[in-house]
Design a protein around this ligand. Structure first.
Ligand code: COA
Length: 373
C-alpha cells in the first residue's frame, strides 16, 4: 500500500533551484535572495531576469533587458483581430488563455523562437493583449503599444489602462506586487506547467495549462474574490458580523490560509503596507479598515492569516485597476516563474505520471447494447 495524501499535501515531487517556500515556517526566497530584499531593493524586470536567466542582471544587462521587453510589446495584426472578435463580456483570464494560445500559432516554438525568447515575449506583450481587448471593447479604442515610453512592465500596464503616464507611487506598488507574485515553487499552476512540459509539449502549451490552473478561486482567482468580499462592507463592524456568520456556515474566506505557510505569508505584510499607504492617498473611508477587521476576525476565530491575495486586492483597487484584471496581473508576474520551471523541467526531464488506487466496480462482463434493458 503506497502513501496517499489528499491534494498531494506535504509530498515532495521534485527538486528545484528556483525558490524556497515556507522553509523554517515562514520564509520565501528566489534563487537564494530573500523576498523582503527583492521587494525593497529590486524591480520586477530584475526579478524576471533572475528567475529566467539564473542571476540578477548587472546595470547594463538590466537596461538591455528592459529595452528588449519594450521592443517585444507589439501584437501581430492577426492577434489584434482575434482580440476584437473575443466578446467584451469574456473574463480577462479567458482572453489571456486564448491570446497566448493564438500567439503560439503565429510565433510557434522553433529555432526562430526558442523558449527564452518566448518567455520574454510573453512578459512584454501580455499587458498589450489584455488592454488591447479591454480598451477596444470598453472604450472603442485601438491602443498602440509604441505610444508608451515607460520602460517598466508595471508602468506600461498602468499607462495602457488609464491612457496616461502613471503616478510614481502606483507604478512602484504594482512593481512590488509583480515581484511578490513572480514565483512560488510547486504551486498548482506551476505544477500544471511542469506536467505539460514533462510530456515534451511546446512552451505555449505549458503556459496555457498554467493560466487555466491559476484562474480558480483557490489559487490566483482569490485576489478578485477577496475584493468582491471586502467591497460588500461599509463598516468594520458590518464586516465582522458577516465574516462570523460566513465562518459559522463553514464558508471559505478568500485571501486567507495557505497550503504551505503555517504561521504567516511573508508577502502579506509587504503588500499590506502598500495597501495602507495608498488607502491614505486615495482618502479611502473604509476599505482598508474593513480589511484589517476581517484580518483580526480570521486570526481570532480561525487562527488564519492573510495570504498575498488579500491585501493585493485593495492595493490594486487603490491604483484604479478593475477587479477582473487582478488575476491577469498575477499571470503577467508569474510568467517569469512558470518559464523558469519549464526550463528546469526540460533540463532534467522525466514524464510526470503518478498512480491512483482504483475504487470503482469489480471486473464484470461486457453487456451488448441490445441486452442492457
Ligand atoms: N477560510 C475559512 N476557513 C479556512 C480557510 C479560509 N480561507 N482556509 C482554510 N480554512 C480552514 C478549512 O475550512 C479547514 O477547516 P476544518 O479543518 O475545520 O475543516 C482547515 O482550515 C484546513 O483547510 P483546507 O482547505 O483543508 O486547507 P488546504 O491546505 O487544502 O487549502 C487553501 C489551502 C489556500 C486552498 C485554503 O486555505 C483556501 O481555500 N483559502 C482561500 C482561497 C485562497 O485565498 N487561495 C489563495 C491561496 S495563496
Amino acid at each position: 500500500m503506497t502513501a496517499k495524501i489528499g491534494g498531494l499535501e506535504g509530498m515532495v515531487v521534485g527538486d528545484t533551484t528556483i525558490s524556497t517556500v515556507g522553509k523554517e515556517g515562514v520564509g520565501l526566497t528566489y534563487r537564494g535572495y530573500d523576498i523582503h530584499d527583492l521587494a525593497k531593493y529590486s524591480t520586477f524586470e530584475e526579478v524576471a531576469y533572475l528567475l529566467i536567466y539564473g542571476e540578477l542582471p548587472t546595470l547594463p544587462q538590466l537596461n538591455a533587458y528592459r529595452d528588449k521587453l519594450v521592443k517585444l510589446r507589439r501584437l501581430p495584426n492577426e492577434l489584434k483581430q482575434l482580440l476584437e472578435a473575443i466578446p467584451g463580456s469574456a473574463h480577462p483570464m479567458e482572453v489571456l488563455r486564448t491570446s497566448v494560445s493564438m500567439l503560439g500559432t503565429l510565433e510557434s516554438e522553433s529555432l526562430q523562437y526558442n523558449g527564452h525568447q518566448i518567455a520574454d515575449r510573453l512578459i512584454a506583450c501580455t499587458p498589450t493583449m489584455l488592454l488591447y481587448w479591454y480598451q477596444f471593447h470598453r472604450n472603442n479604442v485601438r491602443i498602440e503599444a509604441w505610444n508608451c515610453e515607460d520602460h517598466t512592465v508595471a508602468g506600461y500596464f498602468l499607462h495602457l489602462l488609464h491612457g496616461k503616464k502613471p503616478d510614481d507611487e502606483h507604478r512602484r506598488a504594482i512593481d512590488v506586487s509583480l515581484i511578490l507574485y513572480a514565483e512560488h515553487e510547486f504551486n498548482a499552476s506551476t505544477f500544471a506547467a511542469r506536467v505539460t512540459a514533462s510530456t515534451e509539449s511546446d512552451f505555449y502549451s505549458a503556459i496555457v495549462s498554467a493560466i487555466g490552473a491559476l484562474r480558480g478561486a483557490l489559487h490566483g482567482g482569490a485576489n478578485e474574490e477577496a475584493m468582491r468580499l471586502i467591497s460588500q462592507f461599509k463598516t468594520p463592524d458590518q464586516a465582522e458580523a458577516s465574516i462570523k456568520e460566513l465562518l459559522a456556515k463553514k464558508s471559505k474566506i478568500m485571501g486567507f490560509g495557505h497550503r504551505v505557510y503555517k504561521i504567516s505569508d511573508p508577502r502579506s505584510d509587504i503588500i499590506k503596507a502598500w495597501s495602507e499607504k495608498l488607502s491614505k492617498e486615495a482618502r479611502d473611508g473604509y476599505l482598508f479598515a474593513v480589511s484589517e477587521r476581517i484580518e483580526k476576525v480570521m486570526r481570532d476565530e480561525k487562527k488564519l492569516f492573510p495570504n498575498l491575495d488579500f491585501y493585493s486586492a485593495t492595493t490594486y483597487h487603490f491604483c484604479g485597476i478593475p477587479t477582473s484584471l487582478f488575476t491577469p496581473l498575477f499571470v503577467i508576474a508569474r510568467l517569469s516563474g512558470w518559464s523558469a520551471h519549464i526550463f528546469e523541467q526540460r533540463a532534467n526531464n522525466r514524464l510526470i505520471r503518478p498512480d491512483a488506487d482504483y475504487t470503482g466496480p469489480a471486473p464484470r462482463a461486457f453487456v451488448p447494447i441490445e441486452d442492457r434493458g
